[in-house]
Ligand binder design. Structure first.
Ligand code: C2O
Ligand code: CU
Ligand code: CU
Length: 464
């Protein structure tokens, strides 16, 4: 229900049996019985209040990825919602005891039992956000088993543009999964994959599946008109990165016209032949199927895949040679994106993402709640430099950032606009600039490879 400036939602997290593979049931942990969970739709400036009820048998935490939200609603990894009827035990709140003494300005969000209500002020521009589990040490398996959904934000600026809308505006959640023979999701255990004689290697680099799902369905086919479609691509996979291409390419190429990134519309559209999408990232693209002949079957393929992971989905275009006029367009100017000035930065910090034995660390440290890597003053601008020896999609909570340099040179072709997740390839460095605003508390900086995150590649920064 809703009142003048608030929309209220209730989501029950529960077990459900999904039909993903023909003839087989897949038991899943879901938001409201479906995978993905229900798509929530908000308007910029209207509060969204979401009450989650945990009817699963495990603790959960909900994070709105890309949301600009107060500490209490950001999904701090130890602020668990325990299953209804279960008393909090010490082991559910690791490390919380030291919290107050570590400079956190707020009391740590406490463990809730049964339900918790998250409040999202939505003082932010139109963007494709998503919500997913963020529970300490078990985010990987929780998301793998189904805990992810879209939360879209609309605003007047975007609403005034003639972009494709209605059933030609389609959020597409890409995930990869493996299945056991009975249809259940197969997720290896962190201590080693018994099916591969105890090696931890498959888990160390993150868990990959061998079936690509789009909105929970393997290799779906969409019947499409020969018209422009807006595809809001989200890589919600635990560890897989994609290089997406249309096959065939439209004559002249440039078939994937990017209009937005993680934090909403770009200043101007960018035509790509291919899109590299790392876990956590969103690419908002318009594809004009009128550039293809009637009846063409256009595939979305993954050039980084092998065998079964090369196909993503297919668009079967209408066979009618006459097409109705397309009301949608992609304007050459989409939005005003004021550049954050690095000269105004009050601090420059370096974060090194690195493997140490069986753990993944930031600046040499494994994650410990309440031991922040940085203290940041609200209202100030900072430059953060991410460096690595491996491959990590780096995500920052609270405020989006702008990429100002990659490998000490210009940002890459996928770095445009407001971002909250940036892909860091082996031996690369990426510099971003952020302005921290509004909410005091402890927020997260982490690798969005969910197994790396679970293996402690996460840090707090405290805003005050
Ligand atoms: Cu999408 Cu902290 O995560
Ligand atoms: Cu996030
Ligand atoms: Cu990583």
């Amino acid at each position: 229900h809703s009142d003048a400036n608030t929309d209220y939602y209730e989501i029950t997290q529960k077990s459900a049996s999904l039909r993903i593979l023909p003839g087989l049931d897949t038991p899943a942990w879901t938001y409201g019985g479906t995978f993905p969970g229900p798509t929530l739709i908000s308007t910029s400036g209207r509060r969204a209040v979401v009450t989650h009820r945990n009817e699963l048998d495990r603790p959960v935490v909900v994070h709105l990825h890309g949301g600009h939200a107060p500490y209490e609603s950001d999904g701090y990894p130890t602020a668990a919602i325990l299953p209804a009827g279960r008393e909090p035990a010490a082991r559910d709140t690791p490390g919380m005891a030291g919290m107050g003494g570590m400079g956190a300005p707020n009391p740590a969000p406490s463990t809730a039992v049964g339900t918790y209500t998250y409040t999202y002020p939505m003082q932010q521009r139109a963007a494709t956000l998503w919500y997913h589990d963020h529970h300490m040490g078990s985010t990987g398996p929780n998301v793998w088993h189904g805990l992810a959904g879209f939360h879209l934000v609309h605003d007047a600026e975007e609403g005034a543009l003639p972009l494709p809308r209605g059933d030609r505006d389609i959020p597409l959640m890409l995930t990869d999964r493996s299945f056991a023979e009975d249809g259940s999701f197969r997720y290896p255990s962190p201590g080693g994959n018994p099916e591969r004689s105890g090696t931890t290697a498959p888990y160390m680099n993150g868990v990959l599946g061998d079936v690509i799902l789009v909105n929970g369905a393997p290799w779906p086919v969409l019947s499409a008109d020969r018209a422009r479609y807006r595809l809001r691509l989200l890589n919600a996979s635990n560890a897989r990165r994609y290089r997406l291409e249309l096959h065939p390419q439209p004559p002249g190429g440039g078939g994937l016209v990017q209009i937005g990134s993680d934090g909403g519309l770009l200043g101007r559209p960018i035509a790509h032949d291919a899109l590299d999408v790392a876990p956590g990232e969103r690419f908002d693209v318009v594809v004009d199927f009128a550039r293809y002949a009637a009846g063409t079957r256009v595939q979305l393929v993954n050039r980084l895949g092998h065998g079964s992971t090369t196909s993503v989905m297919r668009f079967d275009l209408s066979t009618s040679v006459r097409t109705a006029p397309d009301p949608a367009q992609v304007p050459s100017r989409l939005a005003d994106i004021p550049a954050l000035e690095t000269t105004r930065a009050v601090a420059t910090r370096t974060f090194l993402f690195q493997r140490k034995g069986d753990a993944w660390t930031i600046n040499g440290r494994e994650y410990q709640p309440g031991r922040p890597l940085a203290h940041v003053r609200l209202g100030t601008t900072e430059v953060w430099r991410f460096i690595t020896d491996f491959h990590h999609p780096v995500h920052v909570h609270l405020n989006p950032f702008q990429v100002v340099a990659r490998n000490n040179a210009a940002p890459g072709s996928y770095d445009g606009g407001w971002k909250d997740t940036v892909d860091l390839r082996p031996s690369e460095s990426v510099e971003v600039v952020t302005r921290f605003t509004d909410y005091a508390g402890s927020f997260m900086l982490h690798c969005h490879n969910l197994e790396h995150e679970d293996m402690a590649m996460m840090g707090d920064f405290v805003t005050e």
